[in-house]
Design a protein around this ligand. Sequence first.
Ligand SMILES: NC(=O)c1ccc[n+]([C@@H]2O[C@H](COP(=O)([O-])OP(=O)(O)OC[C@H]3O[C@@H](n4cnc5c(N)ncnc54)[C@H](O)[C@@H]3O)[C@@H](O)[C@H]2O)c1
Length: 339
Amino acid sequence: MSGRTKLAIIGCGGHAGFHAQQVHANPVLLEVVALCDIKRENLERFHREKFGADPKIRLYDSMDELLRHPPDGLQAVTIVTPHTTHFELCMAALEHGLDVLCEKPMVTRSDHARKLAKKIRQTGRHFQIAFQAPFSAEYAYIREVISRGELGELQTVTAFSCQGWRNGTRGKWRQDPKLSGGGQMYDTGAHLFNGIAWLIDRPAKEVFCWSDNKGTPVDINAAITIRWEGNVLGSVTISGNTPGWQEGIWVAGDKGRVGTGIHGGRLEHFDAQKNQIKYPLVTQPHYTPLQNFALCLQGKAEPRCGVRYGLLHSWLMDALYKSAAEKRPVKLTRPPLDD
Ligand SMILES: NC(=O)c1ccc[n+]([C@@H]2O[C@H](COP(=O)([O-])OP(=O)(O)OC[C@H]3O[C@@H](n4cnc5c(N)ncnc54)[C@H](O)[C@@H]3O)[C@@H](O)[C@H]2O)c1
């Protein structure tokens, strides 16, 4: 396929602004033909502020309406709505033959992840999840370093995030479990878990999770230990009630270690063979999610974040919440990665 991908943006709130920005940055690849939001006010404001109220763009108050009366040539949707809405919106879009880029987290239940993976296989449509990290040059660099064996046998993963999330999301859907599916573990935490899954690329075998809601309906803080396949051991701390922003992921092997941000962007590589810390200039392809998605549709790039990472993430999340609720370690079944 060549030419511009005709795209609809589903959900016209805060983060959809980043999707609009990616469209404007890639005018040769992408053309927005429709916007959709269940809140008219958000829909019209977004249309005005991000697309100068372009009359060629059609506005829809629901995904149902969009799928019943799609604009000519609609090929793809990017879904930027609250977490628990992702499953039905993705399923509906795929059933109507559309390619899908879905914001993180892919879904909030592992049974939904399994059904979605099956639907993607059945329809043969292109599907990716819009976590930034896997699209970054730094993550591509680290994955190559790991696959060349330069870190040796993987030993441990250490990751953390700190953010004033509790007060910043008070009264918003992010603290309503019906729309969020969970708290900070599902929000910024999702970037941590996806970053790790993408780098070490294997299922978790067992987890233990302490979480604390700090007086809200959802998890704010969490301290987690994880054992992955190959006996890679990890600890993840998610701190959602502390001002400012800090985060990072370190992957250590018996021949070196790397450290990066949860969206990439920075990189430190300790090469134990040379006893040297490197800050390499990465040359791997770097994309924004929507740019890579559109390039994949034209056969000009390899997908970075397919349903595999949604399955790994979903299986992990179900186990973490079970462990936190039951206050005991939980063993995981293997997600259906090869079905
Ligand atoms: N990748 C990132 O770094 C990043 C950053 C922020 C948010 N996000 C993700 O983007 C998504 C949206 O977050 P946000 O911050 O933009 O939220 P938001 O509340 O600002 O916007 C969500 C919009 O979706 C609309 N909406 C809700 N249900 C809908 C439905 N069924 N159909 C159509 N529209 C619907 C709402 O009316 C609202 O306008 C979430 O999945 C979030 O995790 C990702």
